[in-house]
Design a protein around this ligand. Sequence first.
Ligand SMILES: *Cc1c(COP(=O)(O)O)cnc(C)c1O
Length: 171
Amino acid sequence: MRFSDLPERVREVRERIDAAVVRGGHGQRVTVVAVTKTHGPDAAEAAWEAGLPDVGENRVQEAHVLLQVNIVGEATKGGFALETLGAEGERMQALTGLHVRGVMTMAPFDADEGTLRRVFTGARDARATLASAGHDATELSMGMSNDFEIAVEEGATLVRLGTILFGARPA
Ligand SMILES: *Cc1c(COP(=O)(O)O)cnc(C)c1O
């Protein structure tokens, strides 16, 4: 069966997350979002059976409820800059039907640890900015297979994991 080792991988990832929460000292709860993109419906079903009800086709998540922030100004990625977020956040307060619940960010793929921490700290600042603008912004979606432990240490409340759970994506 495909993904038969998923329960074991989930257990291992949860242990690593728990240890990172302790190291980081933020005391937050962390939700694992299983990123099933391109793996097909089998992956979503396996995730459900392995106790991961939050399955993310990433684009849907980016579109709804969390604002993507681009902390280091990467040209290849979308997202609000930290500098404009305060004003944008206030503008969005006027939009009924849009509930801004937090931020999501992606670090540069080849970032060193210092850059990762700068990006994740910046995202935390962005969440605080949105909260100051009156949004119920509690979520911090950051951390992928290769950097989730540092993201959790910096306060992530959702980690979006694909490769570490399901293996490399089919080309
Ligand atoms: C693909 C993707 C992920 C998962 O990446 P992995 O490195 O496979 O864990 C997380 N977030 C977003 C936005 C993605 O597009």
